[in-house]
Design a protein. Structure first.
Length: 126
C-alpha cells in the first residue's frame, strides 16, 4: 500500500512539473503561473535563461514519472534517482517560491520520506 501511495505521489508531482516547462516555453498559459523571465522574485534571466530552466523542469517531470513507475514495478533502483530528482526539484521550486510554494513542501516531504526509509532500511539490515 505505501508503495502505491509513494509512487502515485511521485508521478503526480512529476506531472505538475510540466507547468514549469509549458509556461516558460509559452506553450500554455495557466492562472496563477504567469510567464516570468526572472527568478528569486527579481533576478532577471531573460527568455533564454527561463527556457533553460524550463528544460530542467521537464527533465524533473520525466524523472519523477520514471521513478514512480519503477517503484510501482517493484524495481529497487528508484530510491537514489528519486532523491536526486527531488533535490533538483527543490532548487527549481525555490527559484519561483511564490508560485511553487506547494512544490517546495512536497519536495521536502519526499526528501524526508526517502531519508527516513533509508535510515529504517539501514536499521533492518545492519
Amino acid at each position: 500500500m505505501w508503495r502505491t501511495i509513494v509512487a502515485v505521489t511521485l508521478i503526480a508531482h512529476g506531472l505538475v512539473h510540466l507547468i514549469g516547462f509549458v509556461v516558460p516555453w509559452r506553450i500554455a498559459t495557466l492562472d496563477g503561473f504567469p510567464y516570468r523571465a526572472d527568478v528569486l522574485s527579481d533576478v532577471e534571466i531573460g527568455s533564454s535563461g527561463v527556457k533553460v530552466l524550463g528544460i530542467l523542469w521537464l527533465l524533473a517531470a520525466i524523472g519523477f514519472v520514471a521513478v514512480g513507475v519503477a517503484l510501482l514495478a517493484g524495481q529497487s533502483w528508484w530510491w537514489g534517482p528519486a532523491l536526486v530528482i527531488a533535490s533538483v526539484s527543490l532548487l527549481l521550486a525555490g527559484l519561483w517560491a511564490q508560485q511553487a510554494f506547494a512544490g517546495l513542501a512536497i519536495d521536502l516531504a519526499i526528501i524526508a520520506i526517502l531519508a527516513l526509509s533509508s535510515w529504517a532500511r539501514g536499521l533492518a539490515t545492519g
